[in-house]
Design a protein around this ligand. Structure first.
Ligand code: DGI
Ligand code: FE
Ligand code: FE
Length: 403
């Protein structure tokens, strides 16, 4: 049986680190060939500084010249639309029936494999492989692999590190007109120069965290959900300024709050499992509630967001809870009053949001509970409790006013 590996990625551009990984695994696993496959990037997800598919493909072709074990495939570029790795693996299995497949990913991506669309099928169709990188944490990698193996998945980690190369650094150097000094093969360097690729990349050096998060949610969300997130971020900042919450945190929380909203339930279940998050009874029955839990976990463990207030604001943005912080309330209300919202009572809600956060919250919670009752859907206990809290404190105020 032949042994082949799929090595997918943006390859923006392909560099010496990619090539070293491919060669290393080809040798240690005695592969017959490694297929480099540049990914299609949908138009609304393209960064300004990104090279288009034809260029990324051509650079891969140039880079593998004279290397018989490496091949390039334009399968995903030709397919168009964002491809899931599982679709590609299934097609490869059809095209090359008597082949044992390996899947090569970078070390950082390897540690997110369980969150991939139809991960169990991916792992069934390919042995999951990666190579450690100089200066990164090999223990984390081997731990992750050990847990995959304990669950019966086939994987392979080459712990002898290869050179760490950053595509970002290459793009930034290209933008500054600096030599790429061996980070890419010389033919690729000449190609980048010839076509003037990455001319806008210098801006990325000064990219703020929020700009990076914006790129991340742009890549993870459909267009309307992405627009919604931008609108909630702006609205959360405005409300934070009005009510004295931290406006920067509010903006960031708004950007990130729905980061998992377009992730299929199956993939969200994997995240829940991965980070040992237990759902309560109502959550179990209602997948629309999961994105708040998986979102907070993804932010904390994968994006490295360490601000507990932001994490809680995301975690409770759908159900609410008793004793919400100012930031939690701001995000909760902003999700109702953002510029993209068009439901019937949205102007009532916006007017209330300008009078009092609590009044707006109460209106929003009542609106949601009505909707859930109409649809015969269970109401999360946190939503019931925050409703009671809001109603009771409203009455308290009423009593004090009368006195
Ligand atoms: O993610 P968004 O669409 O921006 O808004 P969201 O996170 O507030 O999600 C709202 C959806 O969650 C809405 O369809 C109602 C639904 N939902 C289901 N069960 C509950 C619930 N919302 C609350 N607050 N409480 C529930 O028990
Ligand atoms: Fe949400
Ligand atoms: Fe939302």
């Amino acid at each position: 049986m032949k042994k082949m590996a799929l090595f997918g990625g943006a390859f923006d551009p392909i560099h010496s680190g990619h090539l070293a990984m491919a060669q290393r695994l080809a040798e240690t696993l005695s592969l017959d060939s490694v297929l480099l496959m540049p990914s299609f990037v949908p138009p609304h997800k393209i960064r300004e500084s990104m090279a288009d598919g034809a260029h990324r493909l051509e650079m891969c072709r140039l880079a593998i010249e004279g290397q018989p074990l490496l091949q390039v495939s334009d399968m995903e570029l030709r397919r168009g639309g964002a491809s899931f790795t599982i679709d590609t693996l299934e097609e490869l299995h059809r095209l090359y029936p008597d082949t044992e497949w390996y899947l090569i990913t970078g070390a950082d991506v390897f540690c997110t494999l369980r969150t991939w669309h139809r991960f169990a099928d991916v792992a069934r169709l390919a042995v999951l492989c990666t190579v450690a990188r100089c200066g990164t944490d090999t223990a984390a990698l081997t731990d992750y692999a050990a847990r995959l193996q304990a669950d019966g998945y086939r994987c392979y980690v080459d712990t002898q590190p290869v050179q760490t190369v950053s595509s970002t650094e290459i793009r930034v150097r290209a933008a500054a007109g600096k030599p790429l000094g061996g980070l890419v093969p010389s033919c690729v360097e000449a190609y980048i120069k010839q076509y003037g690729l990455y001319q806008h990349a210098a801006a990325m050096l000064t990219q703020t965290k929020d700009e990076q998060y914006t790129e991340i949610i742009r890549a993870r969300l459909g267009d309307s959900r992405f627009q919604h997130s931008l609108c909630v971020a702006q609205e959360a900042r405005r409300l934070a300024q009005k009510y004295g919450a931290d406006a920067d945190k509010a903006y960031t929380a708004g950007l990130l709050h729905d980061i998992m909203k377009d992730t299929p339930p199956q993939a969200q279940l994997q995240i829940l499992q991965e980070f040992a998050i237990l759902l309560d009874g109502v959550e179990k029955t209602n997948p629309t509630l999961w994105h708040a839990r998986t979102g907070a976990a993804f932010l904390q463990h994968i994006l490295g967001v360490d601000d507990a207030e932001i994490l809680d604001a995301v975690r409770y943005h759908t159900t609410g809870r008793v004793g919400m912080s100012l930031l939690e309330k701001v995000l909760f209300v902003a999700d109702f009053t953002s510029a993209d919202r068009t439901y019937n009572d949205v102007d009532v809600m916006r007017r209330l949001a300008d009078e009092s956060l609590e009044a707006a919250m109460e209106y929003g919670v009542v609106y949601t509970i009505h909707d859930l009752l109409n649809r015969g859907v269970a109401i999360h206990p946190d939503t019931v409790m925050v409703y009671n809290e809001l109603v009771l404190s409203g009455q308290q105020e009423g009593i004090q006013h009368e006195k």
